[in-house]
Ligand binder design. Structure first.
Ligand SMILES: [Zn+2]
Length: 294
């Protein structure tokens, strides 16, 4: 960040150059850009460059500062996803990121865009956010308020080698399906537990697949950043059963048959290592009702 004015004097010329370079490569002028996304932690430089970029006023993408804040590294992806929710086929999107220098990327949407949009838009997720979180919980999750932890052993710190070996499972919730008999395995397996076939598996990404609560329990002693722990067994649509924590839910409202979706969340922090994995949460998409296929 440095001092505000100094940062601006360094960042803005870099952004100017990156923006001019990328437009030259794709043979466009600033007024032909349909959506301009500018993001970075240096708000003053971001604002300054946005104003001087020379694009049409309606092409400047709202940076969501007033509703979401600044999510840091994730912010350019968030703004791009939000833009793709609204963009039409054949439009030009330019992303300028100010972070340890300036990066500009030019993208062109295709006819495939409308069919590939996410079921739940970024705007719908923003307006659908819960505002019931207690400030004390927020401070606790941020490590600024210390509360008495559960009287249980501390959770184990996660290690890099298993994360490295199971990257697709850990980060993509990718299971496997037997090519011989069709049985789905969660976590992914090399040997089919139904027919015994070895290494006849097709990876299956299940992060966007819904499931149904088969059974659950509410544990008031187990470790979770958000007690009490609601532990659920989820039957994933199309096969596969998975045990995990149910989050973003009032424990009194949980019922067998509830429809849930998977969400990538912080599980714990142990010895300074943050561990993220998949939890379930109630389905948010419009039109999905309890106990029905959505
Ligand atoms: Zn099989």
């Amino acid at each position: 960040m440095w001092e505000e004015r100094f940062g601006e004097s360094v960042y803005v010329p870099l952004a100017d150059r990156a923006f001019a370079d990328v437009l030259k490569k794709v043979d466009l002028t600033p007024d032909q850009v349909d959506h301009l996304i500018v993001t970075g932690l240096h708000a003053r430089a971001v604002g300054s460059f946005t104003r001087r970029a020379g694009v049409r006023a309606d092409a400047v993408v709202d940076n969501l500062a007033k509703t979401v804040g600044n999510t840091g590294t994730a912010h350019f992806g968030l703004l791009l996803a939000d833009t793709l929710d609204r963009a039409e086929a054949g439009q030009t999107i330019v992303v300028v990121v100010l972070a340890d220098g300036a990066t500009a990327v030019a993208l062109r949407t295709t006819e495939a865009l409308p069919a590939r949009r996410a079921a739940l838009s970024v705007a719908a997720q923003v307006t659908g956010g819960r505002d019931t979180l207690r400030y004390a919980d927020f401070l606790n999750w941020r490590g600024r308020l210390t509360t008495e932890p559960p009287r249980r052993p501390d959770p184990d710190a996660y290690a890099a080698p298993p994360a490295g070996r199971n990257t697709d499972w850990k980060y993509g919730f990718t299971g496997s399906r037997c090519e011989d008999c069709g049985t789905r395995h969660l976590p992914p397996a090399r040997v089919c537990r139904s027919c015994g076939a070895v290494d006849h598996m097709t990876p299956e990404r299940l992060a966007d697949t819904y499931g149904t609560v088969a059974t659950f329990t509410i544990d008031r002693l187990a470790f979770t950043p958000s007690p009490p722990l609601v532990a659920v067994v989820v039957d994933i649509d199309g096969g596969g059963r998975f045990k995990c924590e149910l989050t973003d839910v009032d424990p009194d409202d949980v019922a067998i048959g509830d429809r849930v979706e998977m969400t990538f969340r912080k599980v714990n922090t142990a010895r300074g290592i943050h561990n993220y994995f998949w939890k379930a949460r109630p389905v948010r998409a419009a039109g999905s009702t309890k106990g029905q296929e959505a």
